[in-house]
Write a protein that binds this ligand. Structure first.
Ligand SMILES: Cc1ncc(COP(=O)(O)O)c(C=O)c1O
Length: 284
């Protein structure tokens, strides 16, 4: 695999960073994951805008312009594309410096990009849905920043899997926030609901697309706080993210959600989502 590191295109095993990199020492960096369908980066402007927000959130300048990011992504796709659905992972850290919590006056950021195939969705997941458990959201208070510091999410995912679930839906102060790497939608009586954007969740790009598509199709879609009890009695629950798109949750805390199978609203929104992707490939 050819990757991009600090201005160079290299085989991944030759792309090396300093052990003093603040990304390695402190998790002092941010990242993005951008899906690419049929060679076109999906919602690239929105992903790069969120990258800017994340960098601003950790008090860093963006090392590349939008044009430069676009060129790097395009070049890596030329080197590495193996399938119709690829994902771009990009990461910016504050770079190498003597270990000290204080942000150095001058830094040389580390800029890294790689592209990978997006695995095809698991047929069983599409047929049966996934299981989730609710867990206390032990993460920090700036979850709107897409920070590489993901240890809490790693532990939460592990806790969920140890309970036999696919993922966790996180609860903070009596409200659900999001999944460990996804946003949450709760569907009751034909209304689609998701928690509003705030500092306790990532403003997901897929989340925005889902809201847009639902509203355009005449589905009532509301951004408001949701309690765990409201979620337990929902007809459907979905988890959304760039690489997994819209996953139906059919079991929550070992209890069946709705009828225990991916629901009609999930089928409707998934078909709108797939059509939206295809329309971008073949604009009429
Ligand atoms: C914590 C968290 N929330 C939400 C999302 C979904 O964001 P997006 O739809 O932009 O992929 C992600 C994606 O990785 C995430 O890590």
């Amino acid at each position: 695999m050819i990757v991009y590191l600090n201005g160079k295109y290299l085989p991944d095993d030759q792309a090396l960073i300093s052990v003093l990199d603040r990304g390695f020492i402190f998790g002092d960096g941010v990242y993005e994951v951008i899906p690419v369908y049929w060679g076109k980066a999906f919602r690239l402007d929105q992903h790069l805008a969120r990258l800017n927000d994340s960098l601003r959130g950790i008090r860093m300048a963006n090392p590349l312009s939008t044009v430069e990011w676009t060129q790097v992504i395009q070049k890596l796709l030329e080197f590495n594309t193996t399938t119709d659905s690829m994902s771009v992972y990009l990461q910016v850290t504050r770079g190498p410096a003597r270990r000290d919590h204080a942000i150095p006056a001058t830094t040389r950021p580390t800029t890294f990009v790689m592209v990978n195939p997006i695995p095809a969705p698991d047929a069983e997941v599409i047929k049966q849905g996934i299981s989730a458990v609710t867990l206390d959201d032990i993460r920090w208070k700036l979850c709107n920043i897409k920070a590489t510091t993901l240890l809490a999410s790693v532990l939460l995912k592990d806790d969920a899997m140890k309970q036999g679930a696919y993922d966790a839906i996180l609860v903070r102060e009596g409200r659900i926030t999001e999944g460990t790497a996804s946003n949450v939608f709760v569907i009751t009586g034909g209304t689609v609901r998701t928690p509003p954007k705030a500092t306790d969740l990532l403003p997901g790009i897929t989340r925005d697309v889902v809201i847009e598509l639902a509203q355009r199709d005449g589905i009532t879609c509301v951004e408001r706080n949701i309690t765990p009890v409201e979620m337990e009695t929902a007809d459907e629950i979905w988890l959304t993210s760039s690489t997994r798109e819209i996953l139906p949750v059919t079991k929550l805390n070992n209890k069946v959600v709705g009828f225990g199978a991916p629901g009609p609203m999930w089928r409707r929104i998934t078909s709108l989502y797939q059509k939206f992707k295809k329309d971008l490939r073949d604009p009429s």
